[in-house]
Write a protein that binds this ligand. Sequence first.
Ligand SMILES: Cc1ncc(COP(=O)(O)O)c(C=O)c1O
Length: 452
Amino acid sequence: MSAATLASDQSVSTPLPVLGRDVRVPLVTGGEVTYAALDYAASAPALQRVWDDVAAYAPYYGSVHRGAGYLSQLSTDLFENSRAEVARFLGCREGDQVVFTRSTTDSLNLLASVLPADCRVFVFETEHHAALLPWREAQVTCLDAPRSPREAVQTLERALADREPYGPALVCVTGASNVTGELWPVKELAAAAHAHGARIVLDAAQLAPHHPVDITASDVDWVAFSGHKLYAPFGAGVLAGRADWLQEAEPYLAGGGASRKVLRRADGGVEVEWHATAARHEAGSPNVIGAYAIAAACKALREADFGRLVERERELIARVRAGLADVPQVRVLSLFGEDAPRVGVISFVVDGWNSSHFAAALSAEYGIGVRDGLFCAHPLVRTLLGADGGEAGECGAPEEGQSLNAIRVSFGAGTPDEHVERFVRAVGELVTDGAKWRYRTVDGRCVPDTSA
Ligand SMILES: Cc1ncc(COP(=O)(O)O)c(C=O)c1O
């Protein structure tokens, strides 16, 4: 398919309404356009339905688990029902707990804090830093980047088989890469983990917004994701799964809400009995709006027919990949190769361009918001770039033709066809004709030079 075939009359179907779809932004070259938000992998726009549900609830807002008043009781019910909706969305098992956190990062740090003392942790070097860094260094075995899903399973099996002694172990793996968008063989990795007596947590930050996640069917022990990537940007996240390690450990945060009973001891100390429910790890006043927004997003995706959304996104991915393939100077980053199933997250470099310059020109000249950098997955991006890393240089061509960072375009359920069409056209024009404006580096970022 060539860029010329990306005519808007080839509409694949309708996106879900999101906030910001009509926002106009100025172009440095004059005039303005509707903003094309193509950075869903960082934070997705709120679904209109999530916003409407939150707005409808807002007047009834009240304290959770505390007040005797009507609105407190209503808010408590809403908060607890939100857990049930998330459990349904994730296909949780009987007895699984849904803990509301701040984000995926927070969820994985919470899990790290409850691991049995001698637990080994296995992670691939390809993980997002949120999944790579929360574990104590002495616990971690960092596995080489596999070049196929099969190699991922074999690498994990070898590492687990080699481990001594045979104590508790956790595998942490992403469902969809935040760099390549490629899907990881979660079910097979879970089977390998369990066969060797290990548990597994799925980092679904990039999977959940694009693809149904089913804890039971994939047989993972925990799932973590963030509301702001799932069209619910109200500061909440989720850790869902097995209750035992969560309930055997000390609370993640100590304080009200996590404690069932607190007594002043005769010796002057304080004695506490902690909750044995999700509340154990939710000390302090819960973020009821954040939790409700996530539940509203889960419901909206479920009711919109997730299968249809996946199909639509697949067509958008095909359009973007075909459009990029038409530009020989573009190299798309991939670990698992051309045919790997993926979500709408695509990273690439452009020969002769500094990625920061390219991303700045997409924004300033076309009104397109993408991201450039190493995407909080430094080891993976460096492996894919074949670069040792370093700071991105001044705007302009990368030194010695080597890219030190990449450009990432990402989209999802709210993306209209026109945004991906504009993006493909913009990439072609920038590569063929060059930027129409001058750029300079300010505080490490490439920006249009408006000083003249
Ligand atoms: C795969 C993956 N895991 C974890 C995270 C961390 O998410 P948050 O920043 O919401 O904690 C991200 C964020 O980009 C991600 O892409």
